[in-house]
Design a protein around this ligand. Structure first.
Ligand SMILES: *Cc1c(COP(=O)(O)O)cnc(C)c1O
Length: 432
C-alpha cells in the first residue's frame, strides 16, 4: 500500500484527479467507519468536523456494552463490567499520549472543557498584587473569555487592566508570533499566566506553542493552552514543549459525541507539589485509600489527582470507540493526509478566485502548512450569507460566522479529495 499521497507537481481541478488522490490514500477506508449525514437523500459534504465530529459506527456497540453490563451487574459493574467502571478512564492516557505528545501520567479524561479550564486556572492562575495579569489571544472562543473574566473577578481583580489581549495588526487577520512574544516581554513583571488557544477557532491559525511557552516561562509565568481546535488535528508535543497545562474537548476532531468528555494535560513537573491549590473531589484521592473515606484529601500524584467525580462511563464509551479508530489510523498518517487535503483545498479555492476578474473569497487562514490544521476560513467578499445558504441547499455542511466568514474543515478520517472537488464545483456554481 502506498503510504504517501503524492499530489504531484501539477494539481488538477478534475474529478478524475480527485479520485486518483483518493485511490492513493492509505486511510480511504476509514470513511466507512462513520455515519455520513444525508441531506435531501444525498451524502452530505461534511466539513464541520471542527465543530462536531461524525459518529463512529462502532460507538453504538460500545455504549450498548456498558448499558448491558449495567443491566447485568448493577453496582458490581464498577469491578466486573467488561471494562470495569472504577478504572474506565485509565484506558485513555495510553491512546491520548500519542495524540498530544504527553506522558501517560500527565493525562486524564474528565468533565467538560470549560469546567476543566476553571479547574486548571484554579491551580495555575494564582495572582498576587505584583503578578496578576493574564495574556491571551484577542477574540478567543467566548467560553474561554467568560472563564478568564470570571476567574479574574473571583480573585478580586479588574478584568479591564488584568486581561491583556494580543490582536492581529490592523489590516491583518492573523496574530504575529513576534507580537505575542513582545507582549509577554512587555508585561513580564506583572504576568501570572499566558493562556492561548492551540488553534484559533475563527481563522484556523495555529499558534507557535513552544515559542509562547518559552517566553511565558522566561517571564516567570505559567503557560496553558486550550486545545479544543488542536487535539486530534495537529501535531502536539505538550511534554517536550514544557507546557504547564492544557485541556480540550473530545467532540470536535475527536468525534466523541455532543458534550463528550474533555481531556486534560498537566506537566509532570507539577506533581511533586501536592499542596498546589486545587478544587478537590474524591476521584482525585489516593486510590488505595479512596474507599476508606478519610477526611484528609491525599491527591493521586499524577494528572488524575485533579479529578473530582467518578467517570461518566456512557459518554466515555463513545470516546473509547473514537480513540480506537485514532489508534488504528495513527496520528502521523492523519496529519499527512490532512496536509494533503488542505493543500488541495487551497488550490481549488485559488482556481475559483482566478475564474473571474475579481477575487470572490479571501482566505484568512495562514497558508504555511505549519500554521494551519484542517480548518480553512473563507472571508466571503460578496453575498456571503446567500452563498452559505446555497451551499447548504446543495448538501454542503459548513459553518457560518458573523460577519462574513464560512469555515470549512475537511478532516482526514472521513473526508475525501472528491469531497473537496465537489465542494469546489458547488462554490463555483454560486459564483457564476
Ligand atoms: C468548542 C470550544 C469550547 C466549548 O466549551 P465546552 O465547555 O466544551 O462547551 C471552548 N473553548 C474553545 C476554544 C472551543 O473551541
Amino acid at each position: 500500500m502506498e503510504e504517501k499521497i503524492g499530489l504531484g507537481i501539477e494539481l488538477k481541478n478534475t474529478v478524475d484527479y480527485a479520485r486518483f488522490l483518493d485511490q492513493q490514500d492509505p486511510l480511504r477506508t476509514f470513511r466507512d467507519k462513520f455515519y455520513i449525514p444525508l441531506v435531501n437523500g444525498k451524502e452530505a459534504i461534511y466539513f464541520t468536523g471542527n465543530s462536531l465530529g461524525l459518529q463512529p459506527k462502532a460507538a453504538q456497540d460500545y455504549v450498548l456494552n456498558e448499558l448491558e453490563d449495567w443491566a447485568n451487574y448493577g453496582v458490581e459493574g464498577h469491578h466486573f463490567a467488561r471494562n470495569p467502571w472504577v478504572e474506565y478512564h485509565e484506558m485513555f492516557p495510553a491512546m491520548l499520549s500519542k495524540i498530544t505528545g504527553a506522558k501517560e501520567e500527565e493525562l486524564v479524561v474528565m468533565n467538560q472543557l470549560t469546567v476543566n479550564l476553571h479547574l486548571l486556572m484554579t491551580s495555575f492562575y494564582r495572582p498576587t498584587k505584583e503578578r496578576f495579569r493574564i495574556i491571551c489571544e484577542a477574540k478567543a472562543f467566548p467560553s474561554d473569555q467568560y472563564a478568564i473574566n470570571s476567574q479574574v473577578k473571583l480573585h478580586g481583580f479588574d478584568p479591564e487592566d488584568t486581561i491583556i489581549e494580543v490582536a492581529p495588526r490592523s489590516g491583518e487577520y492573523n496574530i504575529r508570533t513576534e507580537d505575542i512574544l513582545s507582549t509577554i516581554e512587555k508585561y513580564k513583571d506583572s504576568t501570572a499566566l499566558v493562556l492561548f488557544g492551540g488553534v484559533n477557532y475563527y481563522n484556523g491559525q495555529v499558534f507557535n506553542m513552544p515559542a509562547i511557552t518559552n517566553a511565558a516561562h522566561a517571564a516567570g509565568a505559567f503557560c496553558g493552552f486550550d486545545l479544543a481546535h488542536a487535539a486530534g488535528n495537529i501535531e502536539l508535543q505538550l511534554h517536550n514543549w514544557n507546557v504547564d497545562f492544557a485541556c480540550w474537548c473530545s467532540y470536535k476532531y475527536m468525534n466523541s459525541g455532543p458534550g463528550g468528555v474533555s481531556g486534560v494535560f498537566i506537566h509532570e513537573k507539577h506533581f511533586a507539589q501536592t499542596d498546589i491549590p486545587r478544587l478537590a473531589g474524591w476521584w482525585g484521592h489516593d486510590k488505595e485509600s479512596r474507599f476508606k473515606m478519610d477526611k484528609e484529601f491525599n491527591p493521586i500524584p499524577t494528572a488524575e489527582g485533579w479529578q473530582l467525580s467518578n467517570a461518566p462511563v456512557i459518554s466515555m464509551a463513545v470516546h473509547k470507540a473514537s480513540l480506537d479508530i485514532f489508534e488504528e489510523a495513527g496520528m502521523e498518517r492523519l496529519i499527512q493526509k490532512s496536509k494533503a487535503l488542505s493543500k488541495y483545498l487551497f488550490f481549488i479555492l485559488d482556481e475559483i478566485n482566478k475564474s473571474g476578474a475579481e477575487d470572490f473569497i479571501e482566505i484568512i487562514t495562514p497558508r504555511n502548512e505549519n500554521e494551519h490544521g484542517c480548518q480553512i476560513s473563507m472571508l466571503m467578499l460578496k453575498d456571503g450569507k446567500k452563498i452559505y445558504e446555497e451551499l447548504k441547499k446543495q448538501s454542503v455542511i459548513a459553518d457560518w460566522r458573523e460577519p462574513n466568514v464560512i469555515r470549512i474543515a475537511p478532516v482526514p478520517l472521513y473526508n475525501s479529495f472528491e469531497d473537496i472537488f465537489r465542494f469546489g464545483e458547488i462554490l463555483q456554481s454560486c459564483r457564476n
